[in-house]
Design a protein around this ligand. Structure first.
Ligand SMILES: [Zn+2]
Length: 250
């Protein structure tokens, strides 16, 4: 091969590589619309309620809330990991104190904090999903789970942390509404939304909601909270609500 021909081949080769690069870049841009790349930069902290000796509520069949919240948090993380960076405040059955949960989200500068719980009532027929955002209230007593009075706090014991979530209250409420709108499309779920002085949310310096994915004390809910198909369906709808949130507000 002559030096001239060699140089022609090399140049031609470089041109070809160059075209291939351009082509592959434009192909990538088409396959991954802007919003997908945008989502990859977002971090969502998922907080499985309770853990360790703090078992949370208990179902008639003996299921502990702490087990269901971790199981669902893993399902939700798997769903969200397709488009977001996710971090769990606990990854196994151990206790994490409440301030540490939102502090974890603040530490990693998360874009969203989602705390997972189940509802509980002494009435077995009480059931369904509920969504909460942080709101100070003049009511001094509120109960969520039978044994989780620590999760709520009244105005009399307010700390300086409570102001942090206050800044995000409007967005947290919008997030709750968007998640509710998607979950509500599944006929069996009509989640309600409440503002409540939830301690686990008050220190979070980003949009934050608490989701009760069902009533552990309701025998039907308790059974469906073991069903991976049900959990995956709920996780998908939560993801749709989160996608809407980031598309609308960021
Ligand atoms: Zn709980």
């Amino acid at each position: 091969m002559s030096a001239r021909y060699k140089s022609y081949v090399q140049n031609h080769h470089i041109t070809l590589v160059f075209f291939l690069l351009i082509f592959s870049f434009s192909a990538t841009a088409e396959a991954n619309p802007k919003k997908m790349r945008f989502h990859l930069q977002k971090t969502i902290v998922i907080d499985p309620g309770h853990g360790g000796y703090e078992k949370g509520g208990q179902g008639p069949d003996g299921t502990f809330e702490k087990t269901v919240t971790l199981k669902f948090a893993r399902v939700l993380a798997e769903e969200l990991e397709k488009t977001y960076k996710t971090i769990l405040t606990r990854t196994d059955d151990y206790r994490v104190d409440i301030p540490t949960r939102s502090a974890t989200a603040n530490h990693v500068d998360a874009d969203m904090f989602i705390s997972i719980h189940t509802g509980g009532s002494f009435l077995h027929q009480a059931g369904g999903m509920s969504l909460y955002y942080y709101k100070k209230t003049s009511k001094s007593t509120l109960t969520l789970d039978p044994d989780s009075s620590k999760e709520f706090k009244n105005d009399n014991t307010e700390t300086s942390w409570s102001n942090i979530q206050n800044r995000h209250r409007q967005n947290s409420k919008i997030l709750a509404e968007l998640v509710r709108d998607h979950i509500g499309r599944q006929a069996q779920y009509k989640p309600d939304i409440q503002g409540a002085p939830l301690v686990v949310l008050e220190g979070a310096d980003m949009p934050a909601i608490l989701i009760e994915i069902g009533y552990i004390t309701n025998p039907v809910d308790e059974k469906s909270l073991h069903d991976i198909d049900v959990l995956s369906k709920i996780a998908k709808e939560i993801r749709n609500g989160i996608d809407d949130f980031f598309e609308k507000l960021q």
